[in-house]
Design a protein around this ligand. Structure first.
Ligand code: SUG
Length: 451
């Protein structure tokens, strides 16, 4: 049966702001306390979704979460009415209020790890919501993420949903940002590639020295078990710890894969030769042709330029003729080294034949490029037919969501604006309407609590 990669992009939420919450993420830290523009952020994301839909790719949308998360603030001891809770938190612990207000669920590459039915032992598509427990503002995402995924992928005969792994650092899991799948075509059995930052249970294992490694090998292994993946279909690789210290906080900041292509920086992995040879041999054992490695050398693009431009946080998308399109952030054309590399890349003998640039500056300033903003879900035709229709991008959905954003979003958000209790009401009104537009039912806590 024919199968597709469907990209589920996160719709940027109404509280998008710059609070410098992600230590180890250079962009997040360097833009701390700047004024953001939530409306522009959401429109930039929608423009990318619409453009990819128009180019013929399968595109869908995942809704944002309720922020500020009043339940988190209450759990941390703030009390009274919702407005009281926000006012107290703003006064006593503005950092906690900022964490509870982040729109970070827009980066849906971190929402979950997804294994297509062609890979899993029970023939269902498996989802494990990521615990994101390395950061407070992200660790509060997974319950609602699970509810949203279950509302969209409903049929238990075809879709299996696993709750997030235990929320401790030994099982730190950042979802699909550290997961890539290689295959001959989407419907065929693939090789699932899990990249981790550290090993939690092995004494003396290499780790970064400065910044935290968010993903553990133990978490990746647990997901492979939960999804029923056979050892011959899985490759684990450690990210080069020096890269994490250079600001590569997820593997998707230094490599991206699709089909048989791995586009990566020469410094991405700890043991590159071993990684490439295991990927290649396991891929060939599925009946596919071998891996096509496309390596970028440091003298072509330095790690610092890769981190600044987000060259590898690109989407690598298959076209019907077998060629691939690379979707990059505008920053890649603002840097000479990266821009000339891209021109050279499309002239080389590999499947990547076109480069498309998108302005995602609002998200980029928090360290989120094109690949961060999407969750890849490979679905065969039967599974795709079961997906909640209203979340699939169309001319009409684009118009409806653009209008929704224009009606509900502010066009400026300074750090002190997070203290405004009206922001919660605005967000709830917007999200309540959104669940109706997308037909996903009441997925937010406030809809259940009857606010
Ligand atoms: O987790 N930034 C996100 C960016 C996630 C990028 N995702 C992928 N690479 N797939 C993070 O660090 C910044 C929020 C702030 O500082 O306000 C933030 O959460």
């Amino acid at each position: 049966m024919k199968a597709y990669e469907v990209n589920f992009d996160g719709l940027v939420g109404p509280t998008h702001n710059y609070s410098g919450l992600s230590y180890g993420n250079v962009a997040s830290q360097s833009n701390i306390r700047q004024t953001s523009n939530p409306r522009e952020a959401a429109l930039q994301g929608l423009a990318k979704m619409k453009a990819l839909h128009d180019m013929g790719f399968k595109q869908a949308v995942l809704p944002p979460q309720e922020r500020p998360c009043v339940d988190t603030l209450r759990a941390l001891g703030f009390s009274g009415s919702d407005s009281d809770v926000i006012r107290q938190a703003a006064k006593a612990e503005p950092v906690i209020l900022a964490a509870a207000s982040s729109a970070s669920c827009m980066w849906t590459a971190n929402a979950a790890t997804v294994s297509p039915s062609a890979d899993t032992s029970d023939g269902r598509v498996h989802f494990t919501a990521a615990n994101l427990n390395a950061k407070v503002h992200r660790a509060i995402e997974h319950q609602t993420t699970s509810r949203i995924l279950q509302a969209i992928f409903k049929d238990p005969a075809h879709f299996a949903h696993h709750p997030a792994l235990p929320g401790v650092s030994q099982f730190g899991d950042e979802g699909a940002a550290n997961h890539t799948r290689f295959c001959a075509d989407y419907g065929a059995t693939g090789i699932e590639f899990f990249v981790y930052g550290r090993e939690a249970f092995r004494e003396g294992a290499q780790e970064p020295k400065k910044y935290p490694a968010r993903q553990t090998l133990e978490a990746s292994r647990a997901i492979a078990r939960l999804h029923g993946l056979k050892n011959k279909q899985v490759v684990y690789a450690q990210q080069n710890p020096a890269m994490i210290d250079a600001g590569v906080f997820h593997n998707d900041v230094i490599s991206v894969g699709n089909g048989r292509v791995l586009f990566y920086h020469e410094q991405a992995f700890l043991d590159t030769d071993q990684v490439l040879s295991e990927l290649d041999s396991k891929l060939v054992a599925t009946g596919a042709q071998g891996l096509i490695p496309v390596c970028v050398q440091s003298d072509q693009v330095s790690v610092a330029d890769a981190v600044r431009s987000y060259l590898f946080n690109s989407q690598l998308l298959s076209r019907p003729d077998g060629s691939m399109a690379l979707i990059v952030p505008g920053e890649c054309r603002e840097m000479d080294s990266v821009s000339s590399y891209l021109d050279a890349l499309v002239a080389m003998d590999n499947p990547i034949q076109s480069v498309h640039t998108f302005d995602l500056k609002q998200s980029m300033k928090n360290g989120g490029g094109p690949a961060c903003l999407r969750l890849r879900v490979v679905l065969n035709e039967a599974e795709l037919a079961l997906v909640k229709r209203q979340v699939l991008m169309s001319e009409q959905l684009y118009t409806v969501l653009t209008d929704w954003v224009n009606r509900h979003y502010r066009d400026r958000m300074a750090p002190e604006d997070l203290a405004d209790p009206a922001l919660l009401d605005e967000s709830r009104t917007a999200l309540d309407e959104l669940t109706r537009l997308l037909g996903i039912g009441p997925v937010y806590p406030f809809q259940k609590n009857g606010h």
